[in-house]
Write a protein of this length. Structure first.
Length: 318
């Protein structure tokens, strides 16, 4: 089955347009005027093509979990290890990005989608209800994600667009408001240590070019606790001065420069052609492998609480 335009929700607000698919609650297309801003593919149902999470909501535990194991109050829960048999990436091959979300409300500039995960889904406890609200406004897009559970469970949800503000990604200028990042082991999982970015290759405290053949796929540590309201955490500026500004309530920002993106034909893509390093993912989320790292900010959600993430993408012209 091919994902048809009739299944997508089209949003408009001023100079901004967006297309969202219920499959994976995926942002398929985002444009400003006649300029496309993200990578997207037409056929979301073809797993041989749609294996890089473009624009999707990922979770219930985004990023990597070592051994796919989570210990909750002395009980071990096993997630699918879908990355080399060693780690769970984005909760396995049946994560949120693969599910058909229910469209619960549509307005000209916003859409709400929701999905229910039964107790045991993805190997984790709790009947979980998750919702996402996409809202176009002014010169940007706000993504609000909420979740509730009836059992203590890890929740770390991320939005996964690949930004493509220009053809030559190496000339994009990136800034990240973080003094530390998480070094990784060979399996891609953080070592558990925090490393200062100062004066090294991971230092983007001042906006600078990404550079050629970048192979970043690391978490920058924005804070030790979530914020109630979004605060500015990153910028991405094109050579012509168009700048993406990211604000979020989250504690971490995963930066992936897309070095392993596939080569897809132009007719498979919604806008710009996809190839390695054609787009950069800037994913607001909790720190990866947090359930197995007691010193990391916790991603455990109690039945009495509500998980909430607000991430704002706005555009300015410098």
């Amino acid at each position: 089955m091919t994902q048809s335009d009739s299944m997508k929700i089209h949003l408009n607000s001023g100079n901004m347009q967006a297309e969202i698919s219920p499959l994976g609650a995926t942002l398929v297309r985002l444009s400003r005027g006649d300029r496309d801003l993200i990578l997207g593919i037409h056929n979301l149902t073809d797993r041989s093509i749609n294996n890089f999470y473009a624009g999707a909501i990922v979770g219930p535990v985004a990023n990597r979990v070592s051994g796919g194991q989570v210990n909750i109050d002395g009980q071990t829960f096993q997630m699918e290890c879908n990355e080399g048999g060693l780690t769970s990436l984005h909760s396995g091959d049946d994560g949120l990005h693969t599910l058909d979300w229910e469209v619960s409300d549509v307005l000209p500039n916003s859409v709400s989608l929701k999905v229910h995960l039964p107790d045991g889904y993805s190997g984790l406890p709790g009947n979980r209800d998750i919702s996402v609200l996409y809202t176009l406004g002014g010169d940007g897009l706000t993504v609000t994600i909420t979740a509730q559970t009836d059992k203590k469970t890890p929740i770390n949800i991320a939005h996964h667009p690949y930004w493509t503000l220009q053809t030559d990604q190496s000339k994009l200028k990136l800034s990240i408001s973080a003094e530390n990042y998480l070094p990784k082991a060979a399996d891609g999982v953080p070592t558990g240590q925090l490393q200062a970015v100062a004066n090294g290759p991971f230092d983007f405290t001042m906006q600078r070019e990404i550079g050629p053949n970048a192979r970043l796929d690391h978490n920058w540590c924005l804070s030790n606790a979530k914020h109630e309201t979004p605060r500015p955490v990153a910028t991405l500026q094109a050579s012509d001065g168009l700048q993406l500004n990211i604000a979020t309530t989250e504690v971490g920002l995963q930066v992936y420069t897309g070095s392993s993106l596939p080569n897809l034909n132009a007719n498979q893509c919604t806008a710009n052609q996809i190839r390695p390093n054609a787009g950069i993912a800037l994913e607001a989320q909790g720190w990866p492998d947090a359930p197995n790292r007691p010193t990391f900010p916790s991603i455990m959600l109690e039945p009495s609480d509500t998980y909430r993430q607000i991430t704002q993408y706005t555009f300015t012209q410098k």
